[in-house]
Design a protein around this ligand. Sequence first.
Ligand code: NAD
Length: 478
Amino acid sequence: MEMFIDGRYTPALSGKVMDVTDPTTGARFDSVPLGDAADADAAIRAAARAFPTWARVPMTERVRVQKACAQALRDHAPRIGAVLHRELGRPLPGCIGEIARSADLLDIYAEEGLRLQATMALGAAPGERTMVTRDPVGVVVAITPFNYPITLLMFKLGAALIAGCPVVAKPSEDTPLSTILLAELFHAAGLPAGLFNVVTGARDLGEALVAHPVPRKIAFTGSVPAGKAIAAAAAGTMKRVTLELGGHSAAIVCADADLDRAAAAIIRHGFANSGQFCYRVNRLYVERPVYQALLDRLVAGVRALTLAPAGGTGDLGPLVNARIFATSEAQVADARSRGARIVAGGDRATGPGFDGGCYLPPTLIADATPDMLIMREETFGPVIGIAPVDSPAEALHLANDSRFGLAGFVFTGDLAKGLALCEGFEAGSVWLNDIQRSSHHVPFGGMKESGLGREKGRYGVESYLEYKTIYLSWEPPL
Ligand code: NAD
């Protein structure tokens, strides 16, 4: 497959390509261009050409186009979901679900566009007015990771387009194909050329996009080190940044919690997408009186999950590549060497259907201590660390003793205590007593090193707009 620039499929100017592999088998099944700075420049220039016209298109027309793109996405969810399944390895139903849910976010952003307002202060003297209006920031670079490539791109693309900004997207090296298909689909659905361009390549392509003088905003989802490098590089030209970075989210289970409900939510959320999930439950702090009872429920829940072998079905696919797998493997080995108990999983799955991919069964590490990697560093794999605590206050202290601040989870039968814990969490989103899907209408993002800025809902759209104050004066005729 080729890149999609200015409404056309395009090879890299160098002619180079890179392989796309199937994580369930490790076998190459396609290739994409290995783009470099010259391709970045071509895509950014196409976006810059499209910008002045799109910025003047009336909001109602932008909304019509965006809703047409959303419908096209729904109509083609099985086809794009199948490609995503192939490049990511996640079982097919979850991939189709991701596409359909992304369409909903496009619609919500479109509706937020209709609600955008400018203001005019009423306190001015006769013959004077002061208007505060909003301008689109300009060309946006969207850099995304592999784990939810369509959803995480839509966080950015839907907000940018409705605000009047063209986008140059760089998907992850692991999952470029679904994003390219999306650009072609949106163009066919009526999105004018140059508004959604996709370039493919490695980290140096991302660096070239960030360093380019034309874009006015970088919207990035990915790891903390990459986010820091991008923020530093973007400062060179004072580009706006939105950074959605890593997480190491904690759940607190109090002695008065509904343990069945807590265990079900933790398993569902901790092992979704094989744990390749930024705000998943990564570590648990459980009050001692219910520690063993919760462990028993978690172990039983984990035993009911299945691995999906190559060509087969199941709950968990492989990890996307050996680099991502290595973190889980190292955290399990570290916990073992420091005396933790591996009460479920822990060893790579092998045998027919598994040997070609990096499969790790859902893994529970009991009696984890604060010095262990599992309790300090993001895993991005199907491993949860679990520690007993003596009080909710101790649990909150341990939960917040982290450089990350993406999400938190609280389970207790006492609403007042639950609210106090939610308010005490240093995290961008906190859930009490269950873990529903994150809503498209409310802000999503991280505190501390988990990021900068917020996406989704009107908060997401506003980050693609600049305030502009216009002072008017005239000679009053009356
Ligand atoms: P990654 O940071 O390695 O790569 C993400 C993207 O950034 C890729 O497209 C990559 O090519 C590009 N990139 C890397 N370094 C760059 C640089 N210096 N300049 C420009 N581009 C660069 O992340 P990954 O391994 O693909 O994804 C996993 C990470 O993403 C995890 O840390 C996870 O927590 C995070 N994540 C965060 C959220 C969130 O919303 N907070 C959501 C999903 C994933």
